[in-house]
Each structure stands twice: as C-alpha cells, then as structure tokens.
Design a protein around this ligand. Structure first.
Ligand SMILES: N[C@@H](CCC(=O)N[C@@H](CS)C(=O)NCC(=O)O)C(=O)O
Length: 243
C-alpha cells in the first residue's frame, strides 16, 4: 500500500498544496491504491510535501513521485503523445510549478487578509502565546523565499501581470479541448488541474484568481477534472463537477 503524505483538505481544495494535489491525481490516474497521511511533514525527506512511501521506499517531490510510479508500475502518463507534445507538457508543467506557484504563494502569504483567511490555519495548534512569533518567523521565511526566487522583488501589479500571462497561456493551449492534449487526460492534466484550481480558490483575493476566472474553459476544465478524479465532491474551487 502506498502512503501519500499530505497537508489534508483546506481552503475548499483537496489539499492547500498544488504539488500534493498533482501527486494525488497521478495516483488516481494510475489506479493505484493509496492512503493519505497528514502527519508526515516533520519527517519529510526534503522538508516538503508531497512524498510517498511505497514498500519501505520514500520518494519526495511530485515529479520524482511521477517517475517512480511510471517506472515501478509500468505506466506512461503521456502515452500516445508525440515527442513535441511531451516537450510542451514539460514546459507547461514547469511554468506552473516554478512560476505560477510563486504568484499563488505570494498572494496567500503576503497579503494580510488572504493570510488570515488561509495559511493562518496551519498555526492553529501552536500555543497562543507563541503563535504570533512563529507566524512572523515563518512569514518572513516565505518572504525571503519569494525574494530569492525573484518574484518577491516585483510590485503587486507586476506579479499580477506575469501570473495572468501564465494563466492565459494555459487557457489558450487548452482551448476547446476537454483535456490538455485532447479527449483523454495525460500527465500534464494532473499538474494543470492542481495549479488552476489553486489559482481559482474563491477564498483568496488575488490576481491569479481574477486572471483564471476570466477563462470559462479553465473553470469548465477544473469541473471536468473534479468529476473524474474527485467524484465525491460536487465542486472544487467553485467549479461545478460535470463529466
Ligand atoms: N518541488 C516540490 C515542491 C513541493 C513544495 O513546495 N511543497 C510545499 C507546499 S506547496 C511544502 O511542503 N512546504 C512546506 C515547507 O516549506 O515547510 C514538488 O514538486 O513536490
């Protein structure tokens, strides 16, 4: 049995981390039996989630999890795609993970109102006298990470413009197709779904959300992916599950 280490559902999403959602959707796409454990962050091999444990082997990072599933279980998530399509899928995936992700983090963690509605819940188990100190320390760490990435050096308007361009690229490429490369989902759909749903999350006020909400095809897509991979939910991020 595979164990997927997660944060657990939050913000109306299956997980607050789009990387965890991506890994979970990949496990679902592969038809593998797994169980989710929300107690793994402290023991995370790379200090981040997701990671999995599979027969005593621990694999950290959503992309390495994907490669592990493909190798160990003989699955090719990009079956049927040309080399050019696989290259395009990789580029879109990293656009989401290494660019769009940071705009989402910036909106959730830097804006006080968003922080109070969202990430603040991660600190609820810290004793109240200590909580403000820990929150200030972790928010400073996140701000430093945003600066180190580079996105944290831009103004809100600049971050919004960059993030909107990335979201527009996803919307343009998806077009009227049901999934990114046509009639059936492939590996990129796990990533695209996770990051677009994270961007659309209705509890946050963010340029990423405004940009994503402009695209009916992205909203319908999140609904379609929800119907297929989270059939127990009627919606994710305000997108109605319709197969
Ligand atoms: N490259 C990693 C990124 C994972 C990641 O950034 N996880 C974040 C949540 S979205 C995390 O666990 N952060 C906890 C921390 O930094 O303490 C992947 O693909 O899995």
């Amino acid at each position: 049995m595979i164990t997927l280490y997660t944060f657990g559902p939050a913000f109306g999403l299956p997980d607050p981390s789009p990387f965890v959602m991506k890994a979970e959707v990949l496990l679902k796409m592969a038809g593998l039996v797994y169980h989710a454990d929300t107690k793994g962050l402290r023991r995370a091999p790379k200090g981040k989630l997701p990671y999995i444990e599979d027969d005593g082997e621990r694999i950290a990072d959503s992309t390495f999890i994907r490669w592990h599933i493909e190798k160990k279980y003989g699955i090719d998530f990009d079956r049927g795609l040309s080399r050019e399509q696989r290259a395009t899928a990789w580029a879109f995936e990293k656009l989401a993970e290494d660019h769009l992700y940071w705009a989402i983090v910036e909106a959730r963690w830097s804006d006080d109102a968003n922080f109070a509605k969202g990430p603040q819940i991660f600190f609820r188990r810290i004793p109240s006298p200590l909580r403000p100190v820990v929150i200030a320390m972790i928010r400073r760490r996140v701000r430093n990470a945003l600066r180190a990435h580079g996105i944290g050096r831009h103004s809100q308007a600049e971050i919004g413009a960059l993030a909107a361009s990335s979201i527009d690229a996803f919307a343009e490429f998806l077009g009227a197709k049901p999934f990114f490369f046509g009639r059936e989902p492939t590996g990129i759909d796990a990533t695209a779904f996770a990051f677009i749903a994270a961007a659309l999350c209705p509890i946050f006020t963010a340029a990423t959300r405004t940009a994503a909400e402009r695209h009916d095809n992205l909203r319908a897509y999140v609904g379609r992916m929800t119907a297929r991979y989270y059939p127990e939910r009627s919606e994710i991020a305000g997108c109605i599950a319709v197969a």
